[in-house]
Design a protein around this ligand. Sequence first.
Ligand code: ARG
Length: 461
Amino acid sequence: MSNKMWGGRFAEAPDAVMEEINASIGFDQRLFRQDIAGSKAHATMLAATGILTQTDRDAILAGLDEVLAEIEDGRFEFSRTLEDIHMNVESRLREKIGDAAGRLHTARSRNDQVATDFRLYVRDAIDMLVAQIRALQSGLVTRAEEEAETILPGFTHLQNAQPVTFGHHLLAYVEMLGRDAGRLLDSRARLNESPLGSAALAGTPYPIDRDLTAAALGFDRPTANSLDAVSDRDFILETLAAAAICAMHLSRFAEEMVIWSSAQFGFIKLSDKFTTGSSIMPQKRNPDAAELVRAKIGRILGALNSLLVVMKGLPLAYSKDMQEDKEVAFDAIDALSLSLAAMTGMVADMQPDRKRMRASAAAGFSTATDVADWLVRELDIPFRDAHHITGQIVALAEQKHCGLEDLAIEDFKRIDQRIDDRIRKVLTVEASVAARASFGGTAPANVLREAARWKSALTGE
Ligand code: ARG
């Protein structure tokens, strides 16, 4: 049997493989809410402009509500013969209300329909992801306040560099996540135009009112060029790019959690809730959730890459290639959403071992820069020379197998006569972090101020 949606031209049914490669209902059924909202807006507009009678409009709107309820309740039978969500909904509507259903597709094509549905979906997804990012930020801010004075080794090259506060470290991720939310919201602002009414590619001869449908669907305005409207998938690409950057941030944080929770570091402990055991090694507690968050960037970046490759070289306007946009985008959005949730859980769950963190921060002569700064500040020695003198002090401590704070004042004097007892006060990690109170620095006072700023920004939104 030929397809009932375009049966006029076709005599034969499609080959089974044709049906399999062509159908998108297996995944685009996720768009049912957006599809029905779009159709309701379209029908309302068609009646307002006199293209559709009030009677037909009322039948269509009531019928669409019934279809919506059927899908929501799991009573709807999706059919692969009907290809996609758009035709599944329309066909069911026809079963319910008869001929009036056939008038719904006036001045519309699946090309502008799918572009509209997907913009609405991605807009909702952005709102969900931004809310999740805000929740993770709030969780981090709470922990940052608790850990404002906790001292952690700050690394460069994963080598002990200078002590930092754990709160400052956590707030670094709050900043990254703030930019991630900003990028998603930028994408949202640009995608918020309605393609509906662009029809197949060239617009329509019917006297439609695109402003009306745009407003009904919460869009800022209709898209200005019908060819662009049905060919454009920038809105997904931008959202995936923002998602990939966010996933990259989560991956870095997850990697730190993996390192921190190892026996060698022992900076944090993740509870049974976010770890797994080993089937052979009874002592094991593996940070699987963190490892999976570390990995999710793979599929999210893969989605971006995949869609860029699909879109490149496509001539205007719609080509069926573009149906490949959905599975990867759905998968990437799901993966980021799950990663954000897992990260939020782990941030609340992790228990820092403050003693170990501090001891590790003090190792490796991490206050050497403070010694050099003291020489500059108190003895007016040029920084380059101070760096050299401090290097000699470090070498001496290394020789003696002790820390800088364990050197006697005579040891310092042997390297440079001018050094006196006052140098002692800059040798501790506490003094080091407290001194870094310039704007953006790691001092506990800064952490508390920044945490308070973020708190009010996050609740004031
Ligand atoms: N399922 C299609 C998609 O996702 C809908 C648009 C189909 N349009 C067409 N002319 N075949 O892209």
